[in-house]
Design a protein around this ligand. Structure first.
Ligand code: SF4
Length: 289
């Protein structure tokens, strides 16, 4: 019989678990609850909560909203969002992950306290990602976002640099940026860097690599919008080229299941456990045919 295993280390991180619990708790009270943006980058989980009554809105709809209750997801929000809520009598249920909240505070303090006029606050992150927008918002929009080491040309090496990272970026990518900046920075300018990568993601990598290498075939379950999903899937691919990114069971090509002895199912910090279990059951049913 073919072995099928779900990775025990995969699934929601504590930030996402807390946000979903908060949403469920509020929904249980029976009142209308809005969520600013998808609560998690997984359409299946978003659909599940929608069926329970959660209404997902975008920032434009949020600005038009009055006298309502809105949940802020784990990614966090820039200060303008809180300001709009105050003006529009919106009650905020703040599910910003404490790790993100801490990073926002650090960046804000760094921006406000720095006496040097030539400072550049740099964030290694994905442009337009909700968490990054929340971080840039702490600097009145002045922080410079770089997505990869090749983009360090955006920086002025004659000015001081203070580098932070989006919580879900890769440690390797961060270290590469640090060494490239060190190579280029002028001797008269200061360079400080802070590894602010969340260990809920980074610590998963070695275990995930081990898991992916121990199976013939890997199904990595993740929404296409998930930023850490992409990073973790790439790690699987590095050690097991027979790794496949799937959103749900309908993405499974039965032809892949031929001539293999073991299948691993794993996912991102935004992948619900119930979805991985459903995929497990689906593969079993395909095997039984
Ligand atoms: S990955 Fe880390 S920082 Fe991001 S929500 Fe999860 S626990 Fe919080």
């Amino acid at each position: 019989m073919i072995k099928i295993e779900i990775d025990k280390g995969s699934g929601f991180c504590f930030g996402v678990v807390t946000a979903i619990h908060k949403a469920e708790e509020e929904l249980a009270k029976g009142k209308t609850l809005y969520c600013l943006g998808d609560i998690v980058h997984n359409s299946r989980e978003v659909e599940r909560l929608k069926a329970m009554g959660l209404i997902t809105i975008n920032h434009e709809e949020f600005r038009r909203l009055r006298n309502a209750k809105v949940l802020l997801r784990a990614h966090g929000e820039p200060p303008e969002t809180y300001e709009t809520a105050r003006k529009n009598n919106i009650e905020i249920i703040d599910a910003t992950c404490p790790v993100v909240l801490q990073l926002q505070k650090r960046i804000k303090q760094s921006f406000l306290n720095d006496e040097r006029q030539d400072k550049q606050i740099v964030i290694y992150g994905k442009n337009g990602h909700a968490e990054v927008l929340g971080l840039v918002g702490q600097t009145d929009g002045k922080a410079i976002v770089i997505e990869k080491a090749e983009e360090i040309g955006k920086l002025d090496f004659n000015k001081s640099i203070r580098l932070f990272s989006q919580t879900t970026k890769s440690l390797d990518g961060f270290q590469e940026i640090v060494s490239r900046i060190k190579e280029h920075i002028s001797s008269k300018s200061a360079f400080e860097y802070y590894d602010t990568i969340c260990r809920q993601v980074a610590n998963r990598m070695p275990k995930l690599r081990e898991f992916a290498a121990s199976h013939d075939l890997i199904f990595f379950v993740s929404g296409k919008k998930s930023s850490n999903g992409k990073i973790l899937f790439d790690e699987c691919l590095k050690v097991n080229p027979n790794s496949h990114l799937i959103d749900g069971e309908e993405d499974i090509d039965p032809a892949l299941l031929r001539n293999i002895n073991s299948i691993g199912i794993c996912g991102a910090t935004s992948t619900p456990k119930w979805l991985m279990e459903r995929i497990y059951a689906h593969i079993r049913s395909l095997m039984d045919k």
